[in-house]
Design a protein around this ligand. Structure first.
Ligand SMILES: Nc1ncnc2c1ncn2[C@@H]1O[C@H](COP(=O)(O)OP(=O)(O)O)[C@@H](O)[C@H]1O
Ligand SMILES: [Mg+2]
Length: 215
């Protein structure tokens, strides 16, 4: 399997002209966003859109109300039903533009209206942690996805990248390690348990050399 095979498999999902949503799941820092961005770059930009699940993070103000501010990133700290509703609206394919929320990493907050999805976008690449979780409000998501691919990266390298990312976005070393091996790791275990539900496992090595500048 090569990256070009992935591009062909993704574009085949929209051969009939109908909108399709390709999901990419995987543990924190496994490379979901990088894979989605590389796919989008490789496909005619009018025909494809990148809609991350990250945009459905609950805002801090709501996490405070719920007493879940320190669990940011856990399954219950997202608006899973809102995400499913957006996927249904994308499938309905009735609007010239559909706005999706983005996630701003520097402030760790969702931003409404950040991502326009134009009518011409047939393939929607969506990526996030919990696409294949089979219980609770997440259970309605996988049936709305044409395929789900699992971004697979060995645990040691994944945690290294995760700590790096926390550091880049302002956490000190101790905090970065604590999040990566604490809260984030609990979430990673939930995601790892969904791995076998994937239609395709994508090894991280497949993206090597495609240029994934740290961000
Ligand atoms: N091939 C690579 N080599 C080294 N670091 C990478 C590579 N691909 C991605 N990264 C880094 O790993 C981190 C996690 O990647 P990302 O795609 O954001 O993962 P996810 O969306 O699953 O959390 C990012 O900070 C990114 O810069
Ligand atoms: Mg990501």
């Amino acid at each position: 399997m090569t990256f070009d095979d992935l591009v062909r498999r993704a574009t085949a999902l929209v051969e009939d002209g109908r909108r399709a949503v390709l999901g990419i799941a995987g543990a924190p820092a496994a490379g979901k966003t990088t894979l989605a961005e590389e796919l989008v770059k490789a496909i005619d930009s009018d025909r494809v859109a990148h809609v991350p699940m990250d945009g459905f993070h609950l805002a801090d103000v709501e996490l405070e109300r719920l007493g879940r501010r320190n669990a940011k990133g856990a399954p219950d700290t997202f608006d899973a039903l809102g995400y499913a509703a957006l996927l249904r609206r994308l499938h309905a394919d009735e609007d010239d533009v559909i706005y999706a929320p983005g996630f701003e990493r520097t402030i760790e907050q969702p931003i409404a209206g950040a991502i326009p999805v134009f009518r011409s976008a047939r393939l929607i690449v969506s990526e996030g942690n919990y696409l294949m979780v089979g219980d609770g409000p997440w259970a309605g998501v996988q049936p709305l996805l044409s395929e789900v691919w699992y971004a697979d990266l060995d645990q040691e390298e994944r945690i290294r990248r995760l700590i790096d990312r926390h550091r880049r976005f302002g956490k000190d070393e101790a905090d970065a390690v604590e999040w990566a091996t604490g809260t984030d790791e609990l979430n990673a275990q939930v995601i790892l348990a969904t791995r076998e539900r994937a239609d395709l496992i994508v090894p991280a090595a497949l993206l090597r050399g495609l240029g994934a500048p740290p961000q």
